[in-house]
Design a binder for this molecule. Structure first.
Ligand code: DHB
Ligand code: FE
Length: 281
């Protein structure tokens, strides 16, 4: 049987990818950010997941205002790094896991979550930056990835509660896949940030840290946070945090926090990172 062993939360700031790709990781501004992932890179290299389900958002790259799926799951054999205006990042092509993805699609849709099935999609910084932070700069990514894209770009995004419950449905799906696979789930984006308007540059460390606390101790309360609270407290792009609730919903009610990191700023945001392990795993 496949099982979900751990969840990872991570910001996906595009400038982090640029810092890596341009060899700036030793600069003090960036070293502070990358140091927070040193534990994580060693940990995941030892844990060796067989598959990662990576929850992210597409930033009008593969999709546009012409087509806005609320939840879109990638069932392709591979996903190319997207050209976001400066050429694709020099990172490996992401290999998918069509067999597990198809199983999740069947289980989750029949569980009444209407996923969009994606058989071709280029993946932007929302997916590639967390991959780089966790796996470094290998020739090939060490495991297949199932991308799950969530609309947090165009109102209305899904509620935190819907995301949390989708996580639970994904867990049920994984646990009914009859191959022994060690699966991890990443929730990406966040933390507080606002990229435009009079409040551009907003960062709310108190909200972010309370969110990280809640992920460990009280995810049910986090799932009740309404959109307006994210907007007010965490800025317009802080809504990306609902994606972390898909990750959390896929884990046990009680989890162990293996690692936590928070730093301000990286580009316009706070960088948050957490690793949660299922106790039985
Ligand atoms: C920034 C952060 C994001 O999450 C994003 O998608 C784009 C830009 C930033 O802080 O610059
Ligand atoms: Fe983003």
């Amino acid at each position: 049987m496949a099982r979900i062993t751990a969840g990872v939360g991570s910001s996906h700031v595009p400038a982090i990818g640029a810092a890596l790709d341009l060899g700036k990781t030793a600069e003090p501004y960036w070293k502070r950010v990358f140091d927070g992932f040193e534990f994580s890179k060693k940990w995941i290299a030892e844990e060796k997941p067989d598959v990662v389900i990576l929850v992210f958002n597409d930033h009008a790259t593969a999709f546009s205002l012409e087509l806005i799926p609320t939840f879109a799951i990638g069932a392709a054999a591979e996903f190319k790094p997207a050209d976001e205006g400066w050429g694709p990042r020099p990172v490996p092509v992401v290999k998918g896991h069509p067999e597990l993805a198809s199983h999740i699609i069947q289980s989750v849709i029949l569980d009444e979550f209407d996923l969009t099935i994606v058989n071709k999609m280029d993946v932007d910084h929302g997916l590639t930056v967390p991959m780089s932070l966790m796996f470094g700069q290998p020739e090939a990514w060490p495991c297949p990835v199932i991308p799950l894209a969530v609309n947090v770009v165009q109102y209305p995004p899904p509620t935190g509660n819907r995301c949390y419950n989708l996580g639970k449905a994904i867990r049920k799906a994984v646990e009914s896949f009859d191959k022994d696979l060690k699966v991890m789930i990443f929730g990406t984006g966040g933390m507080s940030h606002q990229l435009q308007g009079p409040r551009a540059g907003l960062i709310n460390s108190e909200f972010d840290n309370a969110f990280l606390d809640g992920l460990v101790q009280d995810p049910e309360s986090l799932a009740k946070i309404p959109h307006l609270d994210y907007m007010r407290e965490a800025g317009s792009e802080g809504i990306e945090l609902v994606m972390w609730l898909i990750m959390r919903g896929a884990l046990d009610d009680e989890v162990e926090q293996l690692h936590r990191f928070y730093t301000v700023p990286a580009s316009n945001t706070a960088v948050g990172h957490i690793i949660l392990k299922n106790k039985a795993a």
